[in-house]
Design a protein around this ligand. Sequence first.
Ligand code: AMP
Length: 533
Amino acid sequence: MSFSATMMDVPLTIDLVVDRAERWTAGIEVVSRRPDKSITRTTYGDVAKRARRLARALVGAGIRRGDRVATLMWNHSEHLECYFGIPLSGGVTHTLNLRLHPDEIAYIANDASDRFAIVDDCLLPLFDKVVAAGAKFEKVIVVGKAGDHVPYEAFLASANESTTLPKLAETDPLGVCYTSGTTGKPKGVVYSHKSTVLHSIVAAVPDSLGLSRADTLLPVVPMFHVNAWGLPYTCALVGAKLVFPGPHLDAASLLELFQNEKVTVGAGVPTIWLGIREALDANPGKWTLQPGLRMIVGGSAAPEQMIRDFDRLGMTLLHAWGMTETSPIGTVSRVPPHLADADEDTRYRLRARQGTPTPLVDICIRNDAGEVPADDKTSGELMIRGPWISASYMGGHTPDRWTSDGWFRTGDVARMDQHGFIQLVDRVADQIKSGGEWISSQELENTLMGHPAVKEAAVVGVPHPKWSERPLAAVVLKPGATATADELRDFLAPKFAKFWLPDAFVFVDAIPRTSAGKFKKTELRDTYAKHFT
Ligand code: AMP
């Protein structure tokens, strides 16, 4: 007799999450703020029912396993229905990033061979430009006023209840997101049902993001950017109430929503929290927030000063790192129990690092000499592997991003301390090489952002006749604050080697950003290319 496991073989597919939402957390609310600022309320039970209806309508309209269906939408409950309904039909959700140029969106939609598009009515002017730029869709379904297109509600109503939905396999594709393409063309990353279910479970565990049914989560991070960090799936899995901000992402609108919906967790890039900090400091007592409100921050480094400031304001910032290719959660920074009594500076330093890997993923840092020691000095490229880490790009582009022994090369430069906490020091492409020595732009930025007058700072390497490259800092001051270049250099001087200190500080109104809110260093480098020549 052969000896084998006696467990049921249940494929890890998204219908497990939808079934649970429908059966066990049906009454939990999903709140959406609309373009006119009105609020609509639905429940997981209704979202699940409507997602199934959407799936049947899609199958009825000809969507087959593996077909791509694009969404061009803000964060709201219909988008959540698409997150579930499209994969339930066997289709693949392709979230288009509305912040990209229409030509780029058209390129991405065609590259993914999107068959249908589901679009917000307020985004139709953008959608028309995408179509004018060459994107082709067989069917366009519109949430709201549909004009000549198919109204979303009518499409749902067209579903035939007797249509059978396909039996899904856990390795089937569920969604596709494109990388931001700062180097070369954007590339598709295709998530599977299994990778999404596993990522959702692990994102929720206490030492990861720590989400539960007791939470109300507001994802400021857009659903068109790495599936809003997978949070809509995680929330549906654990039964956390979801609050969607729609297109209203300014600090005052968000704070009003935090207050009115009793939000316990927010998630977004540092820029969002910088704006919130400014609004809270300028209007003490204006908003009553939930005690212990947590904010998940990622996408760019969370400056240590920001973490300190939010503690002062009674909120806890949780720093995480990830990429489109990693679904995205790779590491989370939580002070472990054995360091809970460490001095305050040590604890803040740990929290400002990118942290340690979540369960089921592994990381290592390698340079030309091999794996770097955990000495917090030697840096190398961060590598990652695990069940929700991409094993290739769609179409097999740039296979050299994977090592022969199965790691994904992140393109991030990092070092590791004795506790296993990683510290990102740069993108490989953003490192500054001055007189043959490396300088980390991110470490200079993070420290500069701790200066009381500095709102934001980005450091780039600019060609220099003698040193080949020298650092230049672009600085945005806080409203009403003043600081000179000399003051900022003096502020950095005790913390860095002399050759690290930027040769120039330029004061700007804003730092150019990518569609995902990260500093657009390519543009800064172009703008200041001749600064030292
Ligand atoms: P994306 O695929 O657009 O989400 O970008 C991923 C990249 O964002 C990473 O490779 C990092 O360079 C950067 N990033 C994400 N999270 C962090 C973080 N917590 N600290 C510093 N950089 C980050």
